[in-house]
Design a binder for this molecule. Structure first.
Ligand SMILES: Cc1cc2nc3c(=O)[nH]c(=O)nc-3n(C[C@H](O)[C@H](O)[C@H](O)COP(=O)(O)O)c2cc1C
Length: 405
């Protein structure tokens, strides 16, 4: 319930994803926020004012030149009375209008007249998204300070594959919370460093060693920390999920690059090492693509990668007050976690079972155990977003307790 007392003006454009705007209204309401909606003429072809009005519990505005609407709530007032303006789905057309300052309907006029932060969630066919005109408009909007969420990669309603799917309503609601800085802010003024995703260790120019980490848990922790008021640096290996809003994301590929990026990001109050870093890399990476030969497969000699968790936990300068590692295990989860806590010199290990049947790697649920010197705290199976929320709340308490010592 972290949007309590917040008012969102939601502009729903005319795209297939308009049905997801209904889910977004419910998500905002679930978090305690109030939503007033503007439906474009095209938007009303996809969802009805009746459904939007029933879910939001408010009158739905559609027409710039409506005498009754203008008398009840002028278009300027409509754009100013909210705490934030969200466009979801943002059509190519709405993005173009915004980028060029057009104001020929209620949605575009309100967007030009607002003095509030604007957040857009684009959704369109992949070719429309990749078109030079849309990309130019996107760059203009970003320069104008508009926050852009997504779009995600995936199969489109039209059958094509690529970027263009609207971000999930829960992700948009998270971004609203982050932007408004709502809820309690126990990490305000703190810098939190999070690593996430896998690393890719090259074998030759086209092949690499990787693992199944999706980055979902690490990214969720970064989002939760930003919502808790922290300044967040996320060092991410190659993942298929978008960069979180309100977080500085540094993209890396290998373990060596990840360590370098982590070291460049210090000092930090808390470092959370959630990334599934490859333990080994190929000793001699081939400059050219390895060829299939009659003599059989090549022997790949492996060499250990730097241990990022241990390196940072053992730093004598700029050691974060809290260094937290993740232990992804398939057997003896707690035993391995306890020995990792000792050997790495960190303050806390978050252990999770990533065995074949667990569905944790790449999935949306996780069961974690917090292993510290004082004991083990085992949590029930939760969504990764919920795990992240609870972990961040726990980290804030530990940081506070540490600084009072
Ligand atoms: C079936 C159908 C689906 C559409 N889906 C999208 C879409 O997903 N994204 C988009 O940018 N435009 C889409 N369009 C085109 C927009 O509806 C059109 O550009 C319209 O003028 C947008 O108006 P608005 O920006 O005022 O909502 C679609 C059109 C049709 C007929």
């Amino acid at each position: 319930m972290s949007l309590i007392g917040k008012r969102v003006l939601l502009i729903i454009g005319g795209g297939i994803a308009a049905y997801k705007a209904l889910e977004l209204i419910r998500e905002i309401a679930k978090r305690g926020g109030a939503v007033r909606c503007i439906l474009t003429r095209a938007g009303a072809e996809f969802v009805t004012p009746l459904s939007v009005g029933s879910l939001s519990g408010e009158k739905v505005f559609t027409d710039l030149f409506s005498l009754t609407d203008e008398a009840e709530m002028g278009h300027i007032e409509l754009s100013r009375s909210a705490d934030i303006v969200v466009v979801a789905p943002a059509t190519a057309d709405l993005m173009a209008k915004m980028a060029h300052g057009l104001a020929n309907d209620l949605a575009s006029t309100s967007l030009l007249a607002t003095d509030k932060q604007v957040l857009v969630a684009p959704a369109m066919n992949v070719r429309m998204w990749q078109h030079a005109a849309t990309q130019r408009n996107l760059a203009t909007l970003q320069q104008d300070g508009v926050t852009v969420i997504g779009p995600n990669d995936g199969v489109m309603a039209c059958g094509e594959y690529g970027p263009g799917r609207m971000a999930e309503p829960s992700v948009i609601a998270d971004a609203i919370e982050t932007t408004l800085g709502s809820g309690s802010q126990p990490l305000h003024g703190r810098h939190i460093l999070v690593t996430s995703g896998p690393t890719h260790e090259p074998i030759d120019p086209v092949r690499y060693i990787a693992n199944r980490s999706s980055g979902k848990q690490g990214h969720a922790i970064a989002v939760a920390a930003a919502r808790a008021g922290a300044q967040v640096t996320l060092v991410s290996g190659p993942v298929a999920i978008p960069d979180p809003v309100g977080v500085t994301t540094v993209h890396v590929e290998t373990a060596a690059e990840m360590l370098a990026a982590v070291e460049r990001s210090l000092p930090a109050d808390i470092a959370v090492f959630c990334a599934a870093v490859a333990d080994w890399r190929v000793e001699a990476q081939s400059v050219d693509k390895l060829k299939k030969t009659e003599t059989g497969p090549p022997a790949l000699a492996l060499t250990p990668n730097p241990d990022i968790l241990s390196t940072i936990a053992h730093r004598t300068t700029d050691r974060p007050a809290l260094v937290i590692g993740f232990a992804a295990e398939t057997t003896h989860v707690l035993d391995y976690a306890r020995s990792k806590l000792d050997s790495k010199g960190c303050d806390l290990i978050i252990a999770n079972d990533v065995g074949g049947d667990s569905g944790v790697m790449g999935g949306d649920l996780n069961t974690v155990h917090l292993v510290s010197k004082t004991g083990v705290d085992s949590w029930p199976r939760l969504s990764k977003a919920e795990v992240a929320e609870r972990l961040v709340a726990d980290f804030a308490v530990r940081l506070d307790a540490g600084s009072r010592k």
